[in-house]
Design a protein around this ligand. Structure first.
Ligand SMILES: C[S@@+](CC[C@H](N)C(=O)[O-])C[C@H]1O[C@@H](n2cnc3c(N)ncnc32)[C@H](O)[C@@H]1O
Length: 396
């Protein structure tokens, strides 16, 4: 496609995307709408992978103008989907692009509806300064530069290769924010305090640097997540002296976890069949994967992961294993809807979960938005209902 045609097509697709995001309620203000209409997402995404719909195993398909044609590439670049630009922390070899499976995305341009809802939730005003963690392709950094002066935007990316590509793409679009290659968990103290802090990767707890580097009365928007699942999107107001507090504002948007907080590669040791104490339990394994009870499970067992596997006689067991202290709970369905649990190790994982579920049921089983977070220099707690309600510590 000649460059002029491609620019016209891209401009139309941006308008369409902005209209779609506004209709969906994600894009709520004229300022952010103008940013979406201006920032050329395709310039940040010359090549990427999209998730293919294949049963069983997750597969990604390579997309570029050369592979699928200029029109199709642009259309996908302006669709409301996450477009993956790196797997397993390695640069993609684009000399012979092939479908990818059995890999974990480690960098991407997040789906625009989530990016803009987080930017709207950040409640940015003219002249504010923003710290962004997780530059990725640079698209969301570009939106921030379009909304604010470049000098007010600082963005940190941990991966050198990703950071270099974002720097080039931003410069090609005429944006020159302060770009830092390093661990975003440390923020970037130079220009602090910031008015606003936003992270486009998930964290197991709020890094103290973000709280310290955001001015009192400022806002932090990020997702909290665990090794089993994402907890959700939080918006915290900083109070000074290392304190911040605020609610979960959405359940379940899922971001890749901070590289420094990835789960250990090994799931841990499977307990022998004669280990542990067995008893009946009213709760089966499905509660681990259901949205709201799964949230409670993540809080109650912050270092655990689970998988289901048959034994030699074909009976399926669900193994819940704690990566930090080797505690375990093994769930087995004894008859339709009748479950037993075998537990061992220093913390009784299933007892903890049952106690948490009782508290949650007693409060009418709210979704994630019924919870909030309090951060102090000493501890971080997720609470139910109000800050003096039942609470769970986030892992340090
Ligand atoms: C979902 S992508 C970012 C999306 C991006 N904002 C965009 O619009 O393209 C998450 C990024 O966070 C980066 N990341 C992960 N852990 C990080 C850390 N500790 N510090 C800085 N960046 C990190 C990853 O390398 C990845 O590029």
């Amino acid at each position: 496609m000649p460059p002029d045609d491609s620019n016209n097509t891209a401009a139309k697709l941006r308008q369409q995307l902005a209209g779609q995001l506004a209709a969906g309620g994600w894009l709520r203000t004229a300022e952010w709408r103008a940013a979406v209409e201006h920032v050329p997402r395709h310039e940040f995404l010359p090549r990427f992978y999209t998730e293919a719909l294949s049963p069983g195993v997750t597969t990604w398909t390579p997309i570029s103008a050369d592979l699928v044609g200029g029109d199709e590439w642009l259309t996908i670049a302006y669709s409301d989907q996450t477009l993956v630009t790196q797997f397993d922390e390695h640069p993609i070899d684009w000399s012979e692009p092939r479908p990818v499976s059995n890999a974990s995305p480690t960098s991407s341009s997040t789906l625009p509806s989530l990016v803009v809802r987080m930017l709207e939730d950040l409640d940015v005003h003219d002249d504010m300064t923003v710290l962004e963690l997780g530059t990725g392709t640079g698209y969301s950094t570009g939106l921030l530069c379009e909304r604010l002066d470049d000098k007010n935007v600082t963005s940190v990316e941990t991966d050198h290769d990703v950071a270099d590509r974002a720097r080039i793409a931003l410069a090609e679009c005429g944006y020159y924010p302060r770009l830092v290659t390093g661990d975003g968990q440390l923020g970037h103290p130079g220009p602090a305090p910031y008015d606003r802090t936003i992270a486009t990767y998930g964290v197991r707890h709020i890094p103290s640097a973000w709280v310290e580097q955001t001015r009192p009365g400022g806002l932090i928007v990020t997702t909290l997540r665990g090794w089993m699942r994402s907890l959700g999107l939080v918006r915290l107001t900083t109070e000074g002296n290392g304190k911040a507090e605020g609610p979960f504002i959405a359940a379940d948007p899922s971001f890749m976890i901070a590289r420094q907080q990835s789960a250990p590669a090994s799931m841990g040791m499977i307990p022998a069949p004669d280990q542990g104490e067995t008893r009946e339990t009213p709760f089966g394994r499905e509660l681990l994967s259901m949205p709201d009870s799964g949230f409670v499970a993540q809080l109650a067992m912050p270092n655990a992961r689970y998988f289901t596997m048959p034994d030699e006689s074909g009976v399926e067991h669900t193994y819940v294993l704690d990566a930090e202290n080797d505690s375990y709970a093994v769930l087995t369905e004894r008859g339709p809807g009748e479950w037993s649990v075998r537990q061992g190790g220093p913390s009784a994982l299933w007892d903890n979960l049952e106690q948490s579920l009782h508290l949650w049921h007693a409060a009418d089983s709210p979704p994630a938005t019924g919870f909030g977070v309090t951060v102090t220099p000493r501890e971080q707690r997720v609470w139910l209902g109000s800050s003096d309600g039942p609470s769970w510590s986030l892992p340090g």
